[in-house]
Design a protein around this ligand. Sequence first.
Ligand code: BGC
Length: 774
Amino acid sequence: MIILSLFHGGLRHGLLVTKGLRCCAAALAVSLCTVPLAWASPESLLAKMTLSQKIGQLQQSHLEAVTAEDIPKEVKEAIRQGRVGSYLNINTVAVANELQRLAVEEGPHGVPLLVARDVIHGYKTIFPIPLGQAATWNPDAVEQGARIAAIEASADGIRWTFAPMLDISRDARWGRIAESFGEDPYLTSVMGVASVMGYQGKDLSQGDSTHIAATAKHFLGYGAAEAGRDYNTTYIPEPLLHNQYLPPFSAAVAAGSASIMTAFNDLNGVPASISSYLMDTILRQELAYKGVIVSDWDSVVETVVHGGAEDNKDAAYKAAKAGLDMEMVSTSYADHLAALIQEGKISELEIDQKVLRILRLKAQLGLFEQPYTDIARQAEKKHPKFHQTAKEVAAQSLVLLKNDVPSHKKAAKLGKVLPLKPGQKVALIGPMVDAAHDQMGTWAMDGEKQDSITVLQAFEQAKVKGSVQYRYVPGLDFSRDKSTKGFKKAIKAAKWADVIVYVGGEEAALSGEAHSRANIRLPGAQEALLAALKQTGTPLVVVLMAGRQIELHDVLESFDSLVMAWHPGTMGGPAIVDVLTGVSEPVGRLPVTWPKMGGQLPMYYNHKNTGRPPQSRPFIMMDDYPLEAHQHSLGHAATHMDAGYLPQYPFGFGLSYSEVHYSDLAMAKRVLARDEAIRVSAVVKNTGLRPVTEVVQFYVQDIAGSVTRPVKELKQFQRVVLAPGEAKTVTFELSHKDLMFFNAKTQHVFEPGAFRAWIAPHAAAGKPLTFTVR
Ligand code: BGC
């Protein structure tokens, strides 16, 4: 029976294979005899494998081949000999199928390969960068994005992605903040789980070949790279590591993330890829993680460069002992594990456990039954419905940060600048109005810029529909352009217009891996262009596309409206135009604190209070200091003399086209026993004239603890839809378990005492109430 069903599966695959594969259809009967015999369970398969075949399973190699004919001879030979368990960077079905054919039909025991690729925020249909997706505060949006990415990627035979990245990111200088869900452990956890569910479905082993295995990465603390410089050293003391950096990974483990990737960084003196504390103590023991642990690219051998291992053999030894299953790209396992076993330093049993985890993942993905991908599935990519979803998600990721009534008299009559009014003349200016490539952002390797709809194209569509008229003058050719030669024309268009829509920010290449910046201001001559545009007196709407928060301190005054669009992906243009024209309401909220100046970084809302919190002490800004002032006389507070202590915009912040009023923060009972539910409610009312989706945020502060606790922490949030005039009571419920934290001994504890609670539109708003849990 099993053989029969495999035969049907195999025959189907035989009929579907690409040209280069046809020959295998003839050989199918042979392979069907061998595959089922070898394949009964990962354990029985393991029992048949030689040591070198086992070690082969632990190797992930890199291959960039476009057609089956491009696959080099050495690669074919390696597969035939069972020296590779996985390939990354495959992105065509022809190559994926040919690799699988070599493995299943010509390799030992017919073990299929794990075909992997970084599918980070979409595959062909590019969604907003993860930081933008986090700004939706909508886990359903993230899940849908990952689901669509999985469908498109699996159509090319990719069954394993290296996402979601769950690194807590408190520093906008770090280029990879773009790939993160921001600074908050709770929001990152919620979005991380949604992402894992989107890629994997409820259960990866349900046999749905449109699902792909997820990878929660990078374990652990990579986002704390000193000075925001990528790959840099990290020092994260306990309990910070457990309280802030670990929770998203714990959530991803609980959600069934098939794999976890180690990190490049040295954490507290031990490179993460050889850290037995991280892999064994935390992942395997504390979290009981059963999935595959994969290294980052070359990160095992780089531990030698870190000074954490003597040579590659020592690195292989330490990584294997620490718990690493699969090595990405570098070959220290392949080169040294056999010798290490022979020398008695590592037992074959330890290797068996690693191999089993990899074979189990292959089995879960159904690869033994169905290693090939139906080429008819090519048609599934770039489906119009996917583009529609990408547009909706992009629209939800936009954060309206400023929307004033312009000072200019004539314009002021129309009220706030956004939404644009029908018939207004718009000057479309800026280097990213028509940035088909750059709007896709970092890690959009498979996105095709010809599929992007830019702001310019979307304005054209809107114009055709008769809702706006515009003139397009870029002013600058690209975000780093320093030439002012285009300014004159831009100023002329600005003078003609009723409103300027400036679209600028950062090109895709200015954020992402290895793309950190020390200066996070607008690059090129953008600040100068914006100043010149302001001089025209025409109201100025600024739309920023960027992979991080941008320092706007010196230019923000001159903006009448500001929309943060991140890098919004394929459908960025229509999403932006819909929000600017009011077809869609702005609903996004910041997943990060937005600093006034780069020098404030790292900056995050859930910091400690210090002994001298600035909000309770008078302090003097630098320019107000009297000459020869006595240092002691002017207040001492945790602040900067030039930037103050407040951010430009707080975590959770975002405006809408309506107004929402919060009131009646209440708890039925303020003193609770440990097992009683902690219920806090507030009334939110839409007092404006337009519908609103309000992200109601619930923060708690543990006022005193055995280790000091953050000034507040996001515990939950709800997206509440309110019609104009509508009010709703929003209730949050916690148990004392939600108030637990890791103490100085890394014990997960609940400490009774007093707490403060806020229900608020962002992290800097609202007055708390106090309650006690005994
Ligand atoms: C990155 C990973 C990525 C891997 C594979 C590394 O450089 O740090 O996040 O998944 O490459 O491309």
